[in-house]
Structure formats: C-alpha cells, structure tokens
Write a new protein. Structure first.
Length: 85
C-alpha cells in the first residue's frame, strides 16, 4: 500500500533540506553579510546594461564595447559580494 505525499509533507521536506544547507553554509563560514552598496551597484550596472541593450544604434562599436565593459564590472561586483575577509 503506497502513501501519497501531501503538499505539507513536500514543504516540510523542502524546509528541512533548506535549513540543513543553511546550517552547513554557516558552519563552513560561507554566510555572506548584507552588502547594500555592492548590491545597489550591481542593480545599477544591470539597469545600465539593459538600457544599452535597448538602444537602437551601435554608435560605431562604442555601445557594444560599453556592454562588454559593464559585463566585466558585473562579474567583478559579484566576485566582491562573494569575497570573504
């Protein structure tokens, strides 16, 4: 006789796994502190990239180069957010 899994059972299992992962991450020193300035910079860079993507002309390659540089900056900000002192 098989037992059907209810939504409550599935949620409880998912919550238990999430709590276990969080406990391991904290125990391993992986927890990240809030970094509102870095997160704001990331959001602004993403907005700038979106604006450039929506621009109509390439401006002699300068638009595409700006997108490439913003992609680099986004990667650096994300690395900075992950960096642990």
């Amino acid at each position: 006789m098989s037992k059907s899994i209810t939504r409550r059972d599935a949620f409880a299992g998912t919550a238990a796994v999430a709590l276990g992962v969080a406990a391991v991450a904290v125990g391993a020193g992986v927890a990240e502190a809030a970094q509102p300035n870095m997160e704001a910079a990331l959001a602004n860079l993403m907005a700038a990239r979106n604006a450039l993507q929506n621009a109509t002309a390439n401006k002699g390659g300068h638009r595409q180069n700006a997108i490439r540089l913003i992609d680099q900056a986004i990667a650096e900000v994300k690395a900075g957010i992950r960096y642990a002192n």
